[in-house]
Design a binder for this molecule. Sequence first.
Ligand code: SAM
Length: 274
Amino acid sequence: MVHSDDLLQQSTHFAFGKNWASYAELVTPAKIAEAVAGLKRLVGDEVAGQRWLDVGCGSGLHSLAALQLGATEVVATDLDPDSVATTRALLTKLAPSAIWRAHECSVFDLAQAGFGQFGLVYSWGVLHHTGDLSGALRAAAAAVAPGGLLVVALYRKTPLCWLWKLEKRFYAHAAPRTQRLLRASYIALYKLASRVIGRNFQQHVAEYQSNRGMDFAHDVHDWMGGWPYESITPAQTAQAMSALGFTPVRSFLDTRGRLGLLGSGCDEYVYRKA
Ligand SMILES: C[S@@+](CC[C@H](N)C(=O)[O-])C[C@H]1O[C@@H](n2cnc3c(N)ncnc32)[C@H](O)[C@@H]1O
């Protein structure tokens, strides 16, 4: 079935929150430590003492990491009620005495939500799933206080993005059995590609948590179903951020120039508001 409804509405989206709820059961101290390390690598020492807004908080793991790195207050938001409930449960359990709140709120409604502005706005792997990437970038940027940081990860545009767009639109609303079949095909392709480049697939999966505390199986489901889907080049990102009055601080770009056969990686950017 083709869903061509309003892509800004959660009802048209992939069930991200259900995947995060299932993933959250796997969160261990080791995964939390990886998430903290990943955040430090990206943001450096600038988390401590800041109000932190997590736009599209998913499991809540990175909001937890921000609290562990000394954020004074965390506001975790997501469009999907299951993501918000999972974040609330995770933070209640693991950061009971810290100052945080979790709200169901679209990035497009932040201005009306009355949260104020933040020294750090973090939105990893989210804005390209909102149905309006450039509008979402503008809305997230507006929540940054003057001199504050915007930290985003955005899918890199690849030659095969059009194909993945079709696949995701189909997968997001397919029956669980069909989704399982598609995931099995993707993993078979992944294994084949691993063999071609001489990577040990089993070891790669076992060590996958080193990637921000994530989990291979849940990331495959998220990648296959992540609808709505857009992607952007680093040059387009630079242009958009400059127009919004931000200057680049650092970035981690996927410079391998991939075709995008197994998907498009996320480019990570840190920008400062003038
Ligand atoms: C791929 S997940 C990323 C989760 C988390 N940031 C992380 O790095 O693990 C994308 C998240 O964005 C959320 N999302 C999608 N559209 C949104 C919107 N308009 N406003 C806020 N969150 C949104 C989804 O519900 C989902 O939880």
